[in-house]
Design a protein around this ligand. Structure first.
Ligand code: ZN
Ligand code: ZN
Length: 258
């Protein structure tokens, strides 16, 4: 399985850098997990290949350019963009984004060949298919309805926490999965901002270290994501100080493969 965290920040020289402001992960050039930077940072192959997008929660950093992506592809689509989310999240996306004010209700629109967007609800706790992947999602502990998930392609398995503070059901899901090759987990705020992290439903490196004690798997790659750009260097130091084997900060723009 190949996963790339799309870049979301362009420096003054027009080059993408490592600061992560938006969340969008592209799996095997076919499936997107969240859609923060999907319209601005995908390759031609990804733009042509991604027709399934799983949305973990409706926060702006995870959906910012989803409407723009559909807008861009509107005239050329031959199948809908399928937006997979829980019923709860779909309702929020309809109410707050595709509401005819912020952006058009694309789920009710067609071009000459196809509907341009389709909401595909899934149930937390029940396995479902997305393109070539089997996915299991469970609620995590964020300030809006949010899921973490496990992705299986038949050979490799990757777990993704999405945005969360300390959580339980996600670890039960991960631990009962026979083998996990990689874990993508958030580390948003430095240790000194533990209270802010807690209040906003996020982890610090110290809290991440505590969460990892709930993990029974060993020998997997652990990639920290969602590092708030202002604190990126500090977060990387604090993550390194945990001394957890095979833990590093995920580099936007780099394709990881397992
Ligand atoms: Zn969030
Ligand atoms: Zn977020």
């Amino acid at each position: 399985m190949k996963i790339k965290l799309l870049p979301s920040t362009i420096d003054a020289h027009g080059r993408a850098n490592a600061e992560q402001r938006l969340s969008c992960f592209i799996v095997d050039e076919r499936v997107a997990i969240d859609a923060g930077s999907i319209a601005i940072a995908t390759s031609d192959a990804e733009r042509a290949g991604v027709r399934d997008i799983i949305i973990t929660h409706p926060h702006m950093d995870h959906v910012a350019t989803l409407p723009i992506f559909i807008d861009d592809l509107f005239g050329t689509l031959t199948e809908p963009i399928r937006v997979h989310a829980t019923e709860e999240v779909i309702r929020l996306l309809e109410r707050d984004i595709f509401n005819g004010t912020v952006y058009p209700p694309f789920h009710t629109f067609s071009n000459k060949r196809t509907r341009v967007m389709e909401f595909v609800p899934f149930r937390a706790g029940r396995e479902f298919s997305v393109a070539h992947l089997r996915v299991s999602a469970v609620p995590v502990n964020h300030i809006v309805p949010t899921v973490g998930m496990i992705l299986l392609d038949g050979q490799k398995t990757v777990a993704f926490s999405s945005d969360t503070s300390a959580t339980e059901e996600f670890w039960r899901l991960v631990n009962r999965t026979p083998r996990v090759d990689a874990l993508l987990i958030e580390a948003s705020f430095p240790n000194a901002l533990a209270e802010l992290a807690q209040n906003s439903g996020h982890l610090t490196p110290a809290a991440l270290g505590k969460e990892l004690r709930k993990l029974t798997h060993t020998d997997l790659e652990i990639l920290a994501v969602h590092l708030k750009p202002t604190y990126r260097e500090q977060l990387i130091e604090q993550l390194e100080a945990l001394g957890v084997p095979r833990l590093s900060a995920m580099q936007p723009g780099r394709e990881y493969s397992w």
